[in-house]
Design a protein around this ligand. Structure first.
Ligand code: FES
Length: 310
């Protein structure tokens, strides 16, 4: 039976057990958001020789060299000496510059990091409010912006979003390393882009659209957003202003109730179209089939979904 040694405790687990589940079962302070290897909030450190390759997929070369792994992607095959992630020493400190409520109970959070954060438009990071409370959120800002920006949906039972509402300007949060594949590739410059977002899935896709426009994208960008809020899209004005000055950008700001009908009427005008999708897991699942029926094969659809955790 393999043994996990962590925080002075020795835990016996069965061969092949999932590391995240085993640590949670022992009530150790390990964070998670997706359990699918996307959010990188379940990071933990171990000696290189005990880490299965699958548990480091998607991590940067620097993270891999430092022995970080994703607990949710690790099946325990041998003894492991583990060091828990400590946001205060392993993360990047960042001060809250502003907290603003946008339509639809969305908090716009702006942070000033202590050091510049290297990221690509559309990526996400884990935000830590304390050593036990971290969640993964997409960056709504672009790398050249002075501040980091996040759009955070306040949920009835959302521990992170509720605690964030109690936070104040000047308070320090900690950031994990950026990750995620929802980024603009300059090789797409003449391909039509179809961006489909629901809720705060708009944060990374509007950043990706702005990044593409700044890169001189010439293939057209069709940005759809479905909002559950009766006030409509929470970024309606800035996006409308942007579209007015960027002929490549076409906006479709819709209500969530229109989603089914909109997807049924979706027409793909070019075989070179790429679709990028972001929203809750239910949303990304819902758009997959209509995109396929409209003629987009699997590799032409890049999606990222987030799970709401209570
Ligand atoms: S919980 Fe492990 S990567 Fe998201």
């Amino acid at each position: 039976m393999p043994e996990l040694i962590v925080q002075g405790r020795h835990l016996q687990v069965s061969q092949g057990d999932n590391l995240l589940t085993a640590l949670q079962g022992a009530d150790l302070p390990i964070n998670w958001s997706c359990r699918a290897g996307h959010c990188h909030s379940c990071l933990i450190q171990a000696p290189a020789e005990s880490i299965p390759a699958a548990a480091q997929q998607g991590l940067s070369p620097a993270q891999q060299a430092e022995g970080w792994l994703l607990a949710c992607q690790c099946s325990v095959e041998q003894d492991m000496h583990l060091t828990l992630h400590d946001p205060a020493s392993d993360g990047l400190p960042a001060q809250i510059e502003s907290l603003e409520t946008l339509p639809g109970d969305i908090v716009r959070l702006r942070l000033a990091p202590q050091r510049p954060l290297r990221y690509r438009a559309g990526q996400h990071v884990t935000l830590w409010l304390s050593s036990r409370l971290g969640r993964s959120y997409s960056l709504a800002s672009l790398p050249g912006d002075a501040l980091l920006e996040f759009h955070i949906q306040v949920r009835d039972n959302g521990a992170f979003s509720h605690q964030l509402q109690q936070a104040c300007v000047g308070q320090t949060l900690y950031l994990g390393a950026p990750g995620g594949h929802l980024c603009y590739d300059p090789a797409w410059h003449d391909r039509p882009l179809l961006l489909l977002a629901s809720g705060t899935g708009l944060a990374p896709l509007q950043a990706l659209a702005r990044d593409a426009l700044q890169s001189g994208h010439s293939g057209g960008i069709n940005l759809w957003h479905w909002s559950a809020a009766k006030q409509g899209c929470y970024l309606q004005q800035p996006l409308t202003d942007l579209a007015a000055s960027e002929p490549q950008l076409h906006l479709n700001l819709r209500q969530r109730a229109d989603l089914d009908a909109d997807l049924r009427s979706l027409r793909i005008r070019s075989r070179a179209t790429l679709a990028l999708v972001c929203g809750g897991a239910e949303f990304t699942e819902q758009v997959r089939r209509p995109l396929f029926m409209a003629g987009l094969a699997g590799p032409q659809v890049i999606d990222e979904s987030f799970l709401a955790r209570s």
